[in-house]
Design a protein around this ligand. Structure first.
Ligand code: GLU
Length: 627
């Protein structure tokens, strides 16, 4: 949603090939613009400015509906939200839709949904209105026209009748002459006002440019940024940039400044890619005689290799995080720590903050420079899950079941079509160890096209309850607990039992503590003992309970042992017996894979599936003489 370098307008506009759009490029752009030195006084002033304002701040999030909310833009929105709330001010949403050619049709709707999901409520905005509306730039065109007129009247702006072809030509020539970012050559800056009026009135196509040079201009590009300090573009690097395009729409720079002023915005926190544009904005504020807001440009997000975050490198849109089972507060907590910290040296659990705590701890000391994204998301999400669980477990379940369904559906698709899987797919090895979905997974009300709807939400909810303490995100939860969703392949039973029994001499059943007449038994015989014991419990929910299962199984579990030959490393030459009952049970149920507690799992799986598993496990070894 945030524009990239490609969209820096005016003379700085330089469409870079995608591959070049790296954080390196960002550095290169910043380096071209000398940062003025930092004498102590400046530093002091800056530190004062970083304290929270004492009066309510009005901030805004001003995305262009050209894409969906991503990590970087969510972070910008959050910082602005926090500043407004921390000072008792207002947080506004404004849609910057002046570039009509790049609008993505559902971006506006998705923006509202994603922001609501994240819990960032706005006080004024296109959908709810407010005192300073409209909040959609395309609905404010008369306001921009009137302000352009004002600048034209004061000769602080002028009409430019140059054709796009001429501008291209000028640019090409300048580049051949060695200028890497050539600006406008001022061709139309001397056209007398009367001639300009006349040509415009007779319908000659034109744009309007802001006069940054020569008579009429008092352009002073220096400004002080809260993060980057005193910032000044090198002389000559800002040309007479366009404020109104030939199509009558304002440019981003112009609309942004007019709106921030009229909407009484006091602070602008935005991505550092806008730093280079800010001298123009400040120039416009000066020209109108307005006071500019305080600017804070926060560092760009990069991946671990210091490359600007891209889709390929995890900068997926916010809805994808929701679909992956991240909770809003987990995600907000994650992004707030990208370039900001509640206090020096705060690490680990003290970084875990809900939205209200973030408001309470908020300050304006941001990290300068590129910000490498961290890998704390799972950790933070799981901390917020634990809080949520303690407060309202039902709500938590309602939030995680749809993502779990989706994760199951994705893995199920891969399982059903293994040929489609690439070698690099991390799920390849997992899908190879899955059999059919457990029958209860089929939804009693399967309807619609969404595959995840076909699953039984109540069942998934129960599986979630079984192991919710380990939940960090939907996919990892589904992988870890896969045998509660899928059945176990026969081959895996065979293989895991063989592996598990390799160093065992034999299994036996001890009738009682006092009676040590041990009955040597094969694995098949032991499975039969379990099956017989369980067969007597009726399948209905009020009979197949944890209590009843414990009553029946606990004595049995306690009576099963394995005799292990003393290992060569062991000092005693004697053989050793080991309790083996739980092991057997884990083998029937999950082919020895780690997972939640066994008896509660059996309750969730239900009698039929439990018995099926015992049967399948038995079959897997029935003809295996070693067992
Ligand atoms: N419309 C701009 C964007 O898409 C807003 C930049 C700003 O905050 O000034 O990011």
């Amino acid at each position: 949603m945030m524009r990239s370098f490609q969209h820096v307008g005016g003379p700085l506009r330089r469409v870079l090939p995608r591959a070049q759009l790296t954080a390196g490029t960002a550095n290169w752009i910043f380096k071209r613009f000398a940062f003025a030195g930092r004498p102590e006084k400046v530093e002091q002033k800056l530190n004062q400015a970083k304290a929270l304002p004492t009066s309510p701040a009005r901030t805004r999030f001003a995305p262009s509906p050209t894409g969906y909310l991503h990590l970087g833009s969510l972070r910008t929105a959050l910082f602005n939200y926090l500043l407004a709330k921390a000072t008792g001010g207002q947080f506004l949403l404004r849609l910057e839709d002046t570039d009509q050619t790049r609008i993505v049709s559902d971006a506006e709707q998705r923006l509202y949904e994603d922001m609501k999901w994240a819990g960032l409520k706005w006080d004024e905005g296109p959908d709810i209105g407010g005192k300073f509306g409209p909040y959609k730039q395309s609905e404010r065109l008369p306001i921009y026209r009137q302000h352009v007129k004002e600048l034209l009247g004061q000769d602080k702006a002028y009409r430019c009748f140059c054709s796009p072809e001429r501008l291209d030509e000028v640019k090409k020539l300048a580049m051949t002459a060695g200028e890497d970012m050539p600006g406008y050559d001022g061709h139309c800056s001397h056209i007398p006002a009367s001639e300009s009026e006349h040509r415009a009135a007779s319908g000659e196509a034109h744009c309007v440019r802001f006069r940054t040079h020569g008579s009429g201009s008092n352009f002073k590009p220096l400004f002080s940024d809260l993060v980057y300090g005193a910032y000044k573009p090198p002389p000559g690097s800002v040309d007479d940039f366009i404020i109104m395009k030939r199509d009558g729409f304002p440019t981003y720079h112009f609309a942004n400044v007019v709106d921030d002023h009229l909407m009484e915005i006091t602070h602008v926190i935005r991505g550092a890619e806008w730093l280079v544009s800010t001298p123009r904005h400040v120039g416009l504020y000066d020209a109108f005689g307005w006071q500019s807001p305080t600017f804070a440009h926060v560092g760009l997000l990069t991946d671990q290799n210091k490359q600007k975050l891209s889709k390929r490198h995890g900068d997926i849109d916010i809805a994808s995080y929701r679909n992956k089972g991240y909770l809003p507060e987990g995600l907000l907590n994650y992004v707030v720590l990208l370039g900001w910290s509640p206090g020096k040296g705060t690490k680990g659990t003290s970084e875990v903050m809900g939205l209200q705590e973030m408001v309470e701890k908020f300050h304006l000391r941001f990290t300068r420079g590129d910000i490498r994204v961290s890998n704390k998301l799972d950790f933070l999400n799981s901390k917020h899950k634990a809080k949520f669980l303690a407060q309202s477990p039902e709500d938590l379940q309602a939030q995680v079941v749809p993502p779990l369904s989706l994760a199951i559906s994705k893995l199920e698709q891969k399982r059903a079509e293994p040929a489609q899987l690439s070698e690099e797919d991390a799920d390849k090895s997992i899908t190879a160890t899955l059999d059919q979905l457990v029958p209860t997974m089929a939804s009693p009300r399967s309807n619609g096209d969404d595959a995840s709807n076909h699953y039984n939400a109540a069942y998934i909810g129960k599986v979630f309850e079984l192991d919710q303490k380990t939940y960090a995100n939907a996919a990892s939860y589904v992988r870890r607990n896969r045998y509660l969703f899928w059945t176990v392949p026969t081959e895996l039973y065979r293989q895991t039992l063989n592996d598990g029994m390799q160093e065992l001499d034999y299994l036996f059943l001890r009738a009682s503590e006092s009676d040590k007449t041990d009955a040597k038994m094969s694995a098949v015989e032991i499975t039969t003992v379990f099956a017989d014991a369980l067969r007597g419990i009726p399948a209905d929910e009020s009979s197949w309970t944890k209590e009843r299962l414990e009553e029946v199984l606990n004595p049995l579990i306690k009576s099963i042992f394995a005799m292990r030959s003393a290992s060569e490393a062991s000092s005693s030459a004697k053989t050793e017996e080991e309790p083996w009952g739980f092991h057997m049970l884990r083998w029937f149920l999950f082919a020895l894979q780690p997972g939640p507690a066994l008896i509660p799992s059996m309750v969730v799986l239900g009698k039929e599936e439990t018995m099926n598993r015992i049967r399948k496990a038995t079959d897997s070894i029935a003809c295996d003489s070693s067992a």
